[in-house]
Structures are given as structure tokens and as C-alpha cells.
Design a protein around this ligand. Sequence first.
Ligand code: 4NP
Length: 177
Amino acid sequence: MSTPALPPPREPGRYRIGLVCLGNICRSPMADVVLRTRVDEAGLAGSVAVDSCGTGGWHVGDPMDRRAAATLSAAGYDPVHRAQQFDPSWLDDHDLLLAMDGANLADVGGRSERVRLFRDLDPVGTGGEVPDPYYGGDSGFEEVLSMVERTCAALVAALPAALSPSSEHERSDREQA
Ligand code: 4NP
């Protein structure tokens, strides 16, 4: 699997990733829990911070949607979450903001080096959206989980190079020599 290039950290050795959807009770909380778990498993919890928010404020303070929580629990994750609303300070506080769909991306001010669609990093169907499962059935949450799991795996694989770009360049220079 080729690893996507990520923007450099604002502070050396520390990487902050924010995940953005509309309500912050379904998609971005699922991605938040899965990404945190993968970061932890990769031994990167001390240098990578993950959080999530919604562009809308209706659910601030709520736990995640019970269907999202049930889907995560069934897959072995711990679905702990409290919903937060996006604020423009997130654009300055994070190294990378990943929006679940095009409307979320537009609502945070559009694409930039540090603001992209989450599925730009999806090794399958790169550049698509994570469909909103809120008004649908349980299968929508399963679909979100599989997109989130494979995209988080690609993202975590790319983090070591983003965290220490010079050592990665040196290594690839050595490999090419
Ligand atoms: P999410 O799904 O953006 O994936 O959290 C939604 C949750 C709630 C609402 C819309 C989408 N809502 O309108 O309350």
C-alpha cells in the first residue's frame, strides 16, 4: 500500500488530527475512535492527538449515536465520545483537518494544504465522501466503519514520515544509493 504524503507538523514531533462531520455523533466520532485505537497500537499515542467535531451544534455534549456506538462495540472498539462543534480555531490548532463530505469541507472554509476530505486518504475509492448514515439503517454504519478502518490504516502508515520528515528522507536517500 503506498502511503499518502501528509503536511508537516506545526510543532516538531507532535501531530494533531481533527475529524469533521455535520453532527459529530456518527461519522467523525467513529473515525475518531478507530484512529485513536490505531495510533495507540502503532505506539504513536504520545505524539499524535486525535479529536473530532461537527459543523452543526445540535448535539454538543452528547455521546455518539447509539447505532454508531453499537457498530464500534461489535467490532471491538470502545465508543467513548462527547460531541463538540467546529470553531475556526481548529484551523490553527490542527496539523490536518479531515472532512467527511464535501459540505463539511465547504463549511470549514474549503480545501487547503491542511484541510482535506478524509477519503482523499482512502486506498479504495480515493477522493469520495463518507456518506451520512444518520437517516438510514444499520448497514450504513457498517459501510462507514469499513471506509474508516481502511482509511485510518493508511493514515497511520503515513504518520511516521510526517513526524520525522528528515529521517525518512535520509532513509529513502540511503535506499536509492
Ligand atoms: P454525522 O451525522 O454528521 O455523521 O454525525 C449526523 C448526525 C446528526 C444530524 C445530521 C447528521 N442531525 O441533523 O442532527
